[in-house]
Design a protein around this ligand. Structure first.
Ligand code: NBP
Length: 477
C-alpha cells in the first residue's frame, strides 16, 4: 500500500480529519460503514489531495504502507469496539489503531491492553476543536506507547493547530488512557469556563441592567485583555445575534435547558474516584442538570427571593469591571482544579504527564484555547513540579488583586438572588486553601463520636479515640 494513514468513520470529524491529512500532503485511505459517505467525500473534496477510497476494511488495510495507521472516527462506545474488532484481525505486529473519538479513558485502557497483547499499538487520542478544528487544526492529545508516537507524532504535528510561537498543539500525553483522560479534563474545564461566562452574563443582565447586545460589547472588550479566548469571542457573537423570526435577542428565544454529552460528568465522576476537589467543574455540570429539570423549576418558581436593587449607569459600569475580576479569578481556580486532577490521575495511573506540555497544546485549536494558557504554560515551565497553579506567583498576585471584587460580586449575586454556583464554589475553594484551620477537625470529632473512627492530634503523632460514651478519657498512641 501507499497511503500513510487510513481513516474509517467519515461523519463530520472523520471527514474533516481525512481532508486535513490530505491537504497536508499525505495520501489518505478512507472508509465508512455506509459507502455513500466515502464516495461523497471523494467527489466533494477529491481535488484537495490524494484520497484512496475503500469499500471494505480489507481494502483500506491493503492500501496502507507499513506500519499501518488506522484512525477510527466512529461513535464512542460499542461502535468503537465493533470497528476495532473488524480491523484488528487484519493488522500485523507493529501496526497502529488510533481512536480519535471521545472514548472514556477506562475503555481506552482496556482496549490498549487487549491490543497490546496482540502486538498492535492502540493510540487513544483526544481531539478537540470540533468540526472546524478537525479541518483547520485541532489540539491533539494522543496516549499509547512511545513507539507509536515516534511514528505518528510528526503526522499529527502537521495537521494540528499551531500555538502563536509556532509549536504544534500535540504531545505524547502518556501511556494507554492518558490522552483520553486529559481530553476528558479539558472538557470538564470547558464546562466550567462556559458556566462562569454564563454567570457573568446573568449578573450583567439582571444586576447591571445591560441588554444582550450591550453585554456582547462588554465581552468584546474583555476579549482584548487577559480573558482573550475562543469561548469569550463566541459568547459575544451569540449575544449579539438577533432571532430572525421574532426580532428578539437570540439568547431570549432559546429554551434555557442545557444539554450534555457526558464528558463533563465523566470528569466529575473520575474526580470523585480520585478524591480531587473540582468544585468549579462539578458546579458547572450540576448547573446544566438544574436547568434541565423543568418540572422542578416550574414548581419552585413561587419561592421567595429578594427585591433586586437597580444600579445606576455609573454603578453598572463599575460592577461590570468587578465581574471581569470575578470571572478571571474563578477561571484561574477552575484551571487549578483541572490541572490538579490531571496531576493526581497521572500519579494514580502511572502516566508521568507533563502538565506544562498539556497547557501548551491547549493554547490553540481546542475549545478552551485562550491567551491565558500561554501564561499557564510559562508558569509550569518555570516550576515544573508545581502542586497548584495558585503556587505560581503571577496567578497568586492576580487573585490577590481580584479578590475584593470577586467577593463583592458573589455578595451582590447572593443579595440579589442571582445564582452563581461557579463563582461561589471557586471562591470557597480559594478560601479553603488559604484557611489556617478548617472545620475538618470538628468533622473528625463527630466521626470519632458516632463511629469511633479515631483522629490524629496536632501536637503529637499517633491515632487517638475519645471514650465519648464513657468518662471521655483519650485512648490510643
Ligand atoms: P458520530 O459520533 O456521529 O459517529 C458517526 C460515525 O460512526 C459514522 O461514520 C457511522 O457510520 C459510524 N458508525 C456507527 Br454510529 N456505528 C458503527 C458501527 N457499528 N460500525 C462502523 N461504523 C459505525 O461522528 P462524529 O460526530 O464525526 O464524531 C466521531 C467521534 O469523534 C465521536 O467519538 C465523537 O464523540 C468524537 N468527537 C466529536 C467532536 C464533534 O465536535 N462532533 C469533537 C471531538 C470528538 P455510518 O455512516 O455508516 O452510520
Amino acid at each position: 500500500g501507499t497511503a500513510q494513514i487510513g481513516v474509517t468513520g467519515l461523519a463530520v470529524m472523520g471527514r474533516n480529519l481525512a481532508r486535513n491529512f490530505a491537504r497536508n500532503g499525505y495520501t489518505v485511505a478512507v472508509h465508512n460503514r455506509t459507502a455513500a459517505k466515502t464516495e461523497e467525500l471523494v467527489s466533494d473534496f477529491g481535488d484537495e489531495g490524494a484520497f484512496l477510497p475503500a469499500t471494505t476494511p480489507e481494502e483500506l488495510v491493503e492500501s496502507l504502507e507499513r506500519p499501518r495507521r488506522v484512525l477510527v472516527m466512529v461513535k464512542a462506545g460499542a461502535p468503537t469496539d465493533a470497528v476495532i474488532e473488524e480491523f484488528a484481525p487484519l493488522l500485523e505486529k507493529g501496526d497502529m489503531i488510533i481512536d480519535g473519538g471521545n472514548a472514556h479513558f477506562e475503555d481506552t485502557r482496556r482496549r490498549e491492553q487487549a491490543l497490546r497483547e496482540r502486538g498492535i499499538h492502540f493510540v487513544g487520542t483526544g481531539v478537540s476543536g470540533g468540526e472546524e478544528g478537525a479541518l483547520h487544526g485541532p489540539s491533539i492529545m494522543p496516549g499509547g506507547s512511545a513507539e507509536s508516537y515516534d511514528s505518528l507524532g510528526p503526522m499529527l504535528g502537521k495537521i494540528s493547530a499551531k500555538a502563536e510561537d509556532g509549536t504544534p498543539c500535540v504531545t505524547h500525553v502518556g501511556p494507554d488512557g492518558a490522552g483520553h483522560f486529559v481530553k476528558m479534563v479539558h472538557n470538564g474545564i470547558e464546562y466550567a469556563d462556559m458556566q462562569l461566562i454564563g454567570e457573568a452574563y446573568q449578573l450583567l443582565r439582571e444586576v447591571g441592567g445591560y441588554s444582550p447586545a450591550e453585554i456582547a460589547g462588554i465581552f468584546r472588550t474583555w476579549n482584548t485583555g487577559r480573558l482573550d479566548s475562543y469561548l469569550i469571542e463566541i459568547t459575544a457573537e451569540v449575544l449579539a445575534h438577533t432571532d430572525a423570526a421574532t426580532g428578539e435577542p437570540f439568547v431570549d428565544v432559546v429554551l434555557d435547558q442545557a444539554e450534555q454529552k457526558g464528558t463533563g460528568r465523566w470528569t466529575v465522576q473520575s474526580a470523585l474516584d480520585l478524591g480531587v476537589p473540582v468544585s468549579g467543574i462539578a458546579e458547572a455540570v450540576f448547573a446544566r442538570a438544574v436547568s434541565g429539570h423543568a418540572d422542578l423549576r416550574k414548581t419552585s418558581r413561587h419561592l421567595a427571593g429578594p427585591t433586586p436593587r437597580k444600579l445606576s449607569e455609573d454603578e453598572a459600569a463599575t460592577f461590570a469591571d468587578q465581574v471581569e475580576q470575578a470571572l478571571y479569578a474563578s477561571k484561574i481556580v477552575a484551571y487549578t482544579q483541572g490541572f490538579h486532577q490531571i496531576a493526581v490521575g497521572s500519579e494514580q495511573y502511572g502516566w508521568n504527564i507533563d502538565l506544562g506540555r498539556i497547557a501548551a497544546i491547549w493554547r490553540a485549536g481546542c475549545i478552551i484555547r485562550a491567551a491565558f494558557l500561554d501564561r499557564v504554560t510559562r508558569a509550569y515551565d518555570a516550576q515544573p513540579g508545581m502542586v497548584s497553579l495558585l503556587a505560581d506567583q503571577g496567578f497568586a498576585d492576580e487573585t490577590a488583586a481580584a479578590q475584593d471584587d470577586w467577593r463583592a460580586v458573589v455578595a451582590t449575586a447572593v443579595t440579589n438572588g442571582v445564582p452563581t454556583p461557579g463563582f461561589a464554589a471557586t471562591l470557597a475553594y480559594y478560601d479553603s486553601l488559604r484557611a489556617p484551620r478548617l472545620p475538618a477537625a470538628l468533622t473528625q470529632g463527630q466521626r470519632d463520636y458516632f463511629g469511633a473512627h479515631t483522629y490524629h492530634r496536632t501536637d503529637r503523632p499517633g491515632t487517638f479515640h475519645t471514650l465519648w460514651g464513657g468518662d471521655r478519657s483519650e485512648t490510643g498512641s
